[in-house]
Design a binder for this molecule. Structure first.
Ligand SMILES: [Fe+2]
Length: 485
């Protein structure tokens, strides 16, 4: 009798494609578009295997498998899943589904999973049959009993092998889940690649791994895991990283821990992992590109505003440079420096919403004019609100005019209440204002500005930041990095 398969998928295109392939392979195949329809069919027809999509409206694949098994406990089950639902696929394998297939899949992958599942089902049924026969055998018939024991031992060994294969598949899927769960959407692509490569190497018991990325037409090692050894050169697998039709790199693993080398079928798991990595790299590039465009457009606002006023020209660039020098002097991590770079460039972007008559007024501002000028911090925070990746820079922009003694604006925050990076921008901003010409006064020299900072440390500015600032090469040519508690 032909082996029979029940396909369940709500996407007609995938359903028909699988039906066509499996029918041409000689199976008896029936396709249904939903879980309830499939159960209806199972009540009047028998199948050896159910191949069902995981995510379907009405009834999901796991519920369907559970209900189908209640009708026929011998039914083998394979789940179709997308990358995003690998969590469910892992729990599916743990809850007794025989295998899974990640969409989109190759025709050969489908055939291999079906072949493997039928093979495992035959082993399981044969073993159960033998156990039943043993139970029925008479103890007096020694030779028959011994033969049955041998056959059962054999079947049990086969079952164990199948179980360890399943265990390996589960671990592979967990690695894939780890890769797709974290994604490379931040700016730290290398950190993410290192994390993913480590997860792959540990998940597959591999001693050494490398990820190569295309760089100006050449493959260069981007990240590596573990130490290379002479023995690892003998046994390795390499999988291309592809974005669409374009090759963007290579995942290379070498030196499998323990005996037995790379198991058959590992290439299939690696291809899925390489697909996850390649997709994340492409996403990262796209996100970075969009962010850069948004940033350039926002920087252009600042530059346009500064271009109108010769006294302001270059102010944001200098504030950024001073703030970054200070950040490096106190050993701030790269992520904080990145936030500071945005905040420095954009700290006064809100001045675009302040009338030019106030911005360019020669001489002292009237109290109400000063109140209007103060709104630039709130306007700036509003402008960057829509750029989600500038989330951490927003409070820095909003609070860069707070004072250490709480007499600043907009919120009157004091001391440690002020966002830390805003205290750096405040010092850098003030120093540049003091050392630049204004319509109503000449610039101070470096020493005068430094004395002003010293005088205002603890009242207008953070004493620790003033201390750090004064020891940078901005004001002190023999600067030494220092620590701030
Ligand atoms: Fe400002």
């Amino acid at each position: 009798m032909r082996e029979s398969i029940l396909i369940v998928d709500d996407e007609p295109r995938i359903r028909e494609l699988m039906l066509e392939i499996l029918e041409s392979d000689g199976f008896r195949v029936v396709a249904c578009e939903s879980g309830p329809r499939a159960l209806e069919r199972l009540r009047r027809d028998s199948f050896q295997l159910i191949l069902t999509d995981l995510m379907m409206p009405g009834m999901d694949g796991l519920t369907l498998v559970r209900k189908a098994r209640a009708l026929d406990p011998t039914l083998a089950a394979v789940i179709l899943t997308g990358h995003a639902s690998t969590d469910s696929a892992v729990s599916a394998l743990r809850s007794g589904v025989d295998d899974y297939l990640v969409k989109p899949f190759e025709v050969d992958e489908l055939r291999e999973v079906i072949r493997r599942t039928f093979e495992r089902q035959r082993e399981r049924l044969a073993s159960e049959e033998l156990l039943a026969m043993l139970g029925a055998a008479r103890p007096a018939d020694e030779s028959a009993s011994t033969t049955l024991h041998d056959r059962i031992r054999c079947a049990q060994a086969e079952l164990q092998a199948a179980e360890s294969k399943l265990h390996r598949r589960t671990r592979e899927l967990e690695v894939l889940r780890e890769i797709t769960r974290t994604g490379a959407y931040g700016y730290d692509l290398d950190g993410w690649l290192e994390h993913s490569l480590e997860a792959i190497c540990r998940g597959l018991d591999v001693a050494h791994g490398r990820i190569f990325l295309e760089d100006e037409g050449r493959l260069r090692v981007r990240v590596r895991f573990g130490a290379e050894s002479a023995s690892s050169a003998h046994e390795f697998v390499s999988v291309p990283l592809r974005a669409g039709n374009k090759s963007i790199g290579l995942l290379h693993l070498a030196g499998r821990n323990g005996a037995g080398g790379f198991p058959s079928g590992v290439a299939e798991a690696l291809a899925a992992m390489a697909g996850g990595i390649a997709a994340a790299i492409e996403n990262h590039r796209l996100v970075k590109c969009v962010r850069e465009t948004q940033l350039q457009a926002t920087y252009a606002l600042v530059q346009g505003m500064e271009a109108k006023d010769s006294y302001l020209r270059g102010h944001s660039d200098r504030v950024t440079r001073y703030a970054l020098d200070t950040a490096r002097a106190i050993g701030l991590p790269a992520e904080s420096q990145a936030v500071l770079r945005y905040a420095g460039q954009l700290h006064d972007v809100g001045k675009i919403g302040v009338p030019e008559a106030i911005l360019h007024k020669p001489g002292k501002l009237e109290p109400e004019e000063f109140e209007t000028l103060k709104t630039h911090v709130e306007i700036g925070a509003q402008i960057v609100k829509h750029l989600d990746f500038l989330g951490e820079a927003r409070p820095v922009i909003r609070h860069h005019h707070e004072r250490w003694d709480g007499k600043g604006y907009p919120a009157g925050l004091a001391g440690g209440e002020i966002p830390f990076l805003a205290t750096i921008i405040a010092v850098a901003d003030s120093y540049d204002a003091m050392t630049s010409d204004r319509r109503y006064r000449r610039a101070m020299n470096r020493d005068q500005a430094a004395s002003e900072l010293r005088r205002g440390a603890g009242s207008q500015w953070s004493p620790a930041i003033v201390d750090a600032f004064l020891r940078t090469s901005i004001v002190s040519p023999t600067a030494v990095p220092l620590e701030v508690a």
